[in-house]
Design a protein around this ligand. Structure first.
Ligand code: SF4
Ligand code: SF4
Ligand code: SF4
Ligand code: FES
Length: 948
C-alpha cells in the first residue's frame, strides 16, 4: 500500500540512454526507452487508475482498470503493459474508458465488504481511491450473489493479518514474494471465482516458508494484508526517513508516525541499499524501543551486591566522573577505558573515543568489531590499503560468479540476499564455502554450483588451494597484476601457493573438500566473468582470520576481480554501524580514518583541534582490558551500547574480570548482562530517539532521524557530552551535525561529508572529499588505495583448538533470520515466536552414537566450560560438527567458546571450539549459577528511589 506521500509510478523505472517522446492528454513527455505508458502518464503528472500495478513490480496486466486509448490503435490497451513509443498520442480520460473502468470496479466491489469506515486501511486503500477516481456510484450486481465475505482471517503471523474477504486477486503479493523477496511462498490457489492467495501448501502464513519480510503486505493495495500495528493504531499522519538499526545492509525506512508513536516502518523506495525492501527485523521488530523492560532512570550503586538506587542524571554523571577520577588518581591514568558501540551512531562513537583519548587521557578504547570484523580492517588495509568493502550492493547485479565465504546473508543480511538471489535467478553462478548447508546453498530457484563444505578452521588451507589451482593452471590475470600490484610480493606469493603442499589434493584431508570440487570452484571463480567475493564472520572469527582476509584479497587481485562493478571483496558487516564505529577511531591504535596514533602529524591535528596532548602509545584492546582488570591495573570502564558479558568469548573469564573492577558504567536500553556487573547505569536511547548517521557495509553514510523524544531525556551523544564535561573536558555540541562537521574536518576520507549533503543526496559512500565530492561507490578503480596491491603469504597454521578423544566435535556458531546478535533487541519483540531458544544442531550419526534424540537436553562441554541446550538433529551440519546460535543469555554459548583469537587482531575464534556432547537431565553448573546470579541482580534492580 502506498506509503505516506509516495508517488507510485505503476511500473519500475527503466535505464536507457535512448528516450521516447509521446503525448498524453495533450502533454508532451519524454521517458527512457522501455518505459510503460502508465509510467509516462504518471511522469506527466496525470493520475491513471491502477490496481494490479505498482512501481516496485513488473507489470502483470490483470485488473484492466488502467486502460487507455492510443491514437491509431484498436481497442483499449492496458497502460501498464504497453511500452511507450515515439509519437504516441494517448488519451487517459474518455467516456468509453470511464464506462469500462466503472464496470470493472463494479465487479470488484460486488465481492468486497463495504466496511470502509471501519476498515484499517480507510484513507490509504487503493481500491477505495480507484473507486473514487472512476466515479463508482452503484453496484448493479448487488451484494447478494456468491462472494468471499465470510472467509476467515489468518492471524498466525505476529506482525500482519491476512483477511481473504478483502482480496481482489491482483497478484501483487505473489509477485512481491517472488520478485522482491525471492522466497516464492505465495500462490494464487484455485481458478476463476475460486481463486485466492495461499501461503505455502495452502497453510497458515506462520506454517509456510514465509520469512515475514512484509513485501507482500507493502504491495497489497487493499486491507487484505495489513500490519497489525495499523489495525491497532490507525493510519499514520506524518513520516520521517531514517535508517534501520539492525544489520550492516543499512536499509532506509520511512518511519510512519502518529504523534510520537510509530505506526509502521515502510522500507524507503529511494534507499540506495534496499530500494524499498526490508526484512522482518527492520520492518517489524522495532517494538523493543518501547518495551516495558527499558530502563529509563539513571542508577548507581557502590558494589554489585548492593541494590540499585535511582538517581538524577546529574548525580549519576557526577558519581561516574568522580569514580573515574578517583581510580585514575589511585591507580594511574591508564586504569580506565571505554567501549564504543556499533549500534550507536557515528557521532556517538566518535564522541566516546574522543572522551577516552581527550578526557581519560589514554587510548584504552575498543569496540565490538574486535569480536567480529577486526581482521577485515587489518587484512584489507595490508593488501589493498583500505579497511572496507570495495563495492556497492547493487554491484552484485553485474557479477557473473558470486562466491560466498563463511556468511549466510539469507539469515544475516536478508535484503542484500534478496538482491543476490535475483542475480542468481538471472543466471549468475554461485560458489558457497561453508561447513554447514545453509539457506545460501539451495533455495527457491537457485542452487550453488559448488558447495565447498570445509571443516571449521581450515579456511586458509582452502584459500591457498584455490590460489594454487589459479596459479598452476595459468588462470591469472597477468596484465592486471603487472599494472596494479607489487611485482615482488606477487612473485613470492606465486611461488608459495604453487608448492605441492598447497594443492587441492594435498589439502583435501585437511579441509575435507574433494580436490576435484575445489578445482572446479577455482576455475569458475577465475574464468567465469566478473567474480565477486562476499564474506562474513565465518572468515574473520578464527585464529587465522586476518590471514584469510588477506588470502581473499590475494585471490581477487590475482584474477583482476577488483576495481570495477560486478567484482570485488565485500565483507558483510554484522551490526548496523560496525563499519562506522571502526571508521570513527574506535580501536586503541587508530584515530578516526584509520590513522595510527603513533603518527605525529595526525596526532598533532587532533591535538590542536581538541586542545589536549594525546598519548602516542596504543591503548588496551578489550581482551587486554580483561587481563589488566584481573591483574588489578584496570579498574574503570565506560561501556556504551555493548553487552560484553554475553557477546565476548569465555563468559566466566569476562565475568571474573568485570567483578574485579571498581566502576563500570553501562549505558544501554536494558539492564543487560554487563549491567549486572555495573556500578552506574545510564539509560540509552534507541535509534528512533536521536539524530545522527550510520555507515553500512558498502561505506554508505545514511541519516538516522529522531522521530520521538528520547525516552530517558537524553540521546546517547548528549550523555557522553555530560560525562566529558563532568570530567572537566568541555564538550558543547548543540546537534550531531556539529559532531559530523568536526569528524569531516579531521578525517581526509570524510572531508566532503555533512548532514546537509546527506540530506540532499539521500546517502553518501566514503571516501567523500575534494577528489570525490559525491562519494565513492566503487573503490580501487585506477589504483589501490595503498598504491600497488600487496600479496601476502597465507601459510595455513592449524588451530590449537584440536579435536581430541575428550572433545571430539567442533562447535561453530551463527545467526538465524529472526535473531539479531545477543538478542537485546529481537528477544524483546515477537520475533521470538520463530525461535524461542538456542538449540544445538547435531548430525544424525553423532546423535545416534551418543544416544541423543530430537529435542533431548544435551550437555556441551569444552575446555572453557559447560552448558546445556536442546538438540536438533539435522544433516545441515556435517558429522563431527555441531552448531548453535547465541541469542539467549541463559544458553551460555560463550561459556563454551575459548579465548583463542586471531593472531593479528585478537578477534576471538568463535567458529572453532572442540567440544563433547552428551545427553543430560539438568542444566549445567554455570546455568544454575547464572540463574542464581540473574535472579539476585533482578531483585537488586527492583530499585530504591532517592528523593532527588
Ligand atoms: S512476508 Fe515476505 S516471505 Fe512472507 S509471503 Fe510476504 S513476501 Fe513472501
Ligand atoms: S492479498 Fe492483496 S496483493 Fe495479494 S492478491 Fe489479494 S489484494 Fe492483491
Ligand atoms: S536487511 Fe538489515 S538493515 Fe535491512 S531491514 Fe533487515 S535488518 Fe534492517
Ligand atoms: S494496473 Fe494495468 S492492468 Fe492492472
Amino acid at each position: 500500500m502506498n506509503s505516506l506521500n509516495d508517488i507510485d509510478y505503476g511500473t519500475p523505472r527503466r535505464e536507457s540512454a535512448d528516450t521516447v517522446t509521446l503525448e498524453i492528454d495533450g502533454i508532451s513527455v519524454t521517458v527512457p526507452k522501455g518505459t510503460s505508458v502508465m509510467r509516462a502518464i504518471t511522469e506527466a503528472g496525470i493520475n491513471v487508475p491502477k490496481l494490479c500495478a505498482t512501481d516496485t513490480l513488473e507489470a502483470f496486466g490483470s485488473c484492466r482498470v488502467c486502460l487507455v486509448e492510443i491514437e491509431g490503435r484498436k481497442g483499449y490497451p492496458a497502460s501498464c503493459t504497453t511500452p511507450a513509443e515515439n509519437g504516441m498520442r494517448v488519451k487517459t480520460q474518455t467516456t468509453k474508458l470511464a464506462d469500462i473502468r466503472r464496470g470493472m470496479l463494479e465487479l470488484y466491489i460486488s465481492d468486497h465488504p463495504l466496511d470502509c469506515l471501519t476498515c484499517p486501511t480507510n484513507g490509504n486503500c487503493e481500491l477505495q481511491d480507484v473507486a473514487g477516481l472512476v466515479g463508482l456510484r452503484e453496484v448493479r450486481y448487488g451484494y447478494k450473489g456468491e462472494n468471499h465475505l465470510e472467509l476467515k482471517k489468518d492471524e498466525s503471523n505476529p506482525y500482519f493479518t491476512y483477511d481473504p474477504s478483502k482480496c481482489i486477486v491482483c497478484n501483487r503479493c505473489v509477485r512481491a514474494c517472488e520478485e522482491t523477496q525471492g522466497t516464492f511462498a505465495l500462490t494464487i490457489n484455485g481458478r476463476g471465482f475460486e481463486s485466492r492467495v495461499a501461503a505455502g501448501q495452502n497453510e497458515a502464513f506462520m506454517e509456510s516458508e514465509c520469512v515475514s519480510c512484509g513485501a507482500c503486505v507493502q504491495a497489497c493495495p487493499t486491507a487484505t494484508l495489513t500490519e497489525k500495528t495499523v489495525i491497532r493504531i490507525g493510519q499514520a499522519e506524518h513520516s520521517k526517513i531514517t535508517t534501520c538499526a539492525y544489520c550492516g545492509v543499512g536499509c532506509g525506512f520511512k518511519a510512519e508516525m502518529k504523534g510520537s508513536e510509530v505506526v509502521r516502518m515502510v522500507p524507503w523506495k529511494d534507499g540506495k541499499a534496499n530500494h524499498g525492501h526490508s526484512c522482518v527485523k527492520g520492518r517489524f521488530a522495532w517494538g523493543y524501543a518501547t518495551h516495558k523492560e527499558r530502563m529509563l532512570k539513571p542508577m548507581i550503586r557502590k558494589k554489585i551486591t548492593d541494590p540499585w538506587q535511582e538517581v538524577s542524571w546529574e548525580e549519576a554523571i557526577s558519581y561516574a566522573a568522580s569514580e573515574f577520577r578517583r581510580i585514575q588518581q589511585q591507580s594511574g591514568p591508564d586504569s580506565i577505558g571505554g567501549i564504543t558501540s556499533s549500534r550507536c551512531t557515528n557521532e556517538e562513537t566518535y564522541l566516546v573515543q574522543k572522551l577516552v583519548r581527550a578526557a581519560f587521557g589514554n587510548n584504552n578504547v575498543d569496540t565490538c568489531a574486535r569480536v567480529c570484523h577486526s581482521p577485515t580492517g587489518y587484512g584489507l588495509k595490508q593488501t589493498i590499503g583500505e579497511s572496507a568493502g570495495t563495492q556497492t550492493f547493487d554491484s552484485v547485479m553485474k557479477a557473473d560468479v558470486i562466491m560466498v565465504i563463511g556468511a549466510n546473508p539469507v539469515a544475516a543480511h536478508p535484503v542484500f540476499a534478496s538482491q543476490m538471489k535475483r542475480r542468481l535467478r538471472q543466471g549468475a553462478k554461485l560458489i558457497v564455502v561453508d561447513p554447514r548447508t545453509t539457506d545460501m546453498v539451495k533455495g527457491a530457484h537457485y542452487q550453488a554450483d559448488y558447495h565447498l563444505k570445509l571443516k571449521p578452521g581450515t579456511n586458509v588451507a582452502l584459500i591457498s588451494a584455490l590460489a594454487h589451482v589459479i596459479v598452476t593452471e595459468g588462470l591469472l590475470d597477468e596484465a592486471f597484476v603487472a599494472e596494479r600490484c607489487e611485482a615482488q610480493s606477487f612473485s613470492d606469493w606465486k611461488t608459495f601457493v604453487s608448492r605441492p603442499e598447497n594443492s587441492p589434493e594435498a589439502m583435501a584431508d585437511i579441509t575435507g573438500v574433494p580436490a576435484d570440487v575445489l578445482r572446479g570452484a577455482a576455475r569458475l571463480y577465475a574464468t567465469g566473468g566478473n567474480a565477486a567475493i562476499y564474506y562474513g564472520l565465518g572468515v574473520t572469527e578464527h585464529a587465522q582470520g586476518s590471514t584469510m582476509v588477506m588470502g581473499i584479497a590475494n585471490l581477487a587481485m590475482a584474477t583482476g576481480n577488483i576495481g570495477r562493478e560486478g567484482v570485488g571483496v565485500n565483507p558483510l558487516r554484522g551490526q548496523n554501524n560496525v563499519q562506522g564505529s571502526c571508521d570513527m577511531g574506535s580501536f586503541p591504535h587508530e584515530l578516526p580514518g584509520y590513522r595510527h596514533i603513533s603518527d605525529t602529524a595526525t596526532r598533532s591535528e587532533f591535538e590542536s583541534r581538541w586542545g589536549v596532548k594525546l598519548n602516542p602509545e596504543p591503548g588496551l584492546r578489550i581482551p587486554n582490558m580483561f587481563e589488566a582488570a584481573l591483574d588489578g591495573s584496570f579498574k574503570g570502564l565506560y561501556c556504551q551500547g555493548e553487552d560484553i558479558v554475553q557477546s565476548d568469548p569465555n563468559t566466566q573469564h569476562v565475568a571474573e574480570a568485570l567483578s574485579s573492577m571498581e566502576c563500570i558504567v553501562v549505558q544501554d536500553l536494558f539492564l543487560n548482562e554487563t549491567a549486572k556487573y555495573a556500578h552506574v547505569f545510564l539509560p540509552g536511547s534507541s535509534f528512533l530517539e536521536k539524530d545522527g548517521t550510520f555507515t553500512n557495509a558498502e561505506r554508505r553514510i545514511s541519516r538516522v532521524r529522531k522521530v520521538m523524544p528520547p525516552k530517558a531525556g537524553y540521546s546517547d551523544w548528549e550523555v557522553t557530552q555530560l560525562l566529558s564535561n563532568a570530567l572537566g573536558y568541555p564538550m558543547s555540541y548543540a546537534h550531531p551535525s556539529e559532531i559530523m562537521d568536526e569528524i569531516a574536518s579531521l578525517t581526509p576520507t570524510f572531508h566532503g561529508v555533512s548532514f546537509e549533503k546527506i540530506d540532499r543526496m539521500g546517502s553518501i559512500q566514503w571516501p567523500c572529499n575534494e577528489t570525490a565530492p559525491e562519494g565513492t561507490p566503487i573503490m580501487h578503480v585506477d589504483q589501490f588505495v595503498r598504491g600497488k596491491g600487496k600479496f601476502v603469504i597465507t601459510k595455513y597454521v592449524p588451530s590449537t583448538e584440536k579435536v581430541t578423544q575428550r572433545f571430539p566435535l567442533i562447535l561453530t556458531t551463527g545467526r538465524v533470520l529472526s535473531q539479531y546478535n545477543v538478542g537485546a533487541q529481537t528477544r524483546r519483540t515477537e520475533n521470538v515466536q520463530w525461535h524461542s531458544e538456542d538449540r544445538l544442531e547435531i548430525h544424525p550419526h553423532d546423535a545416534e552414537e551418543r544416544g541423543i534424540r530430537q529435542d533431548d537436553w544435551v550437555g556441551i562441554e569444552s575446555r572453557s566450560g559447560q552448558t546445556v541446550l536442546r538438540a536438533t538433529i539435522t544433516e545441515n551440519v556435517q558429522p563431527g560438527v555441531v552448531y548453535t546460535t547465541f541469542h539467549f543469555p541463559e544458553s551460555g554459548a560463550n561459556v563454551i567458546t575459548t579465548d583463542n583469537s586471531d593472531w593479528a587482531t585478537n578477534c576471538p575464534e568463535y567458529k572453532v571450539t572442540s567440544v563433547q556432547v552428551m545427553p543430560v537431565t539438568q542444566p549445567s553448573e554455570w546455568q544454575r549459577e547464572y540463574q542464581r546470579f540473574n535472579q539476585k541482580q533482578l531483585e537488586l534492580a527492583k530499585l530504591e528511589t532517592t528523593d532527588n
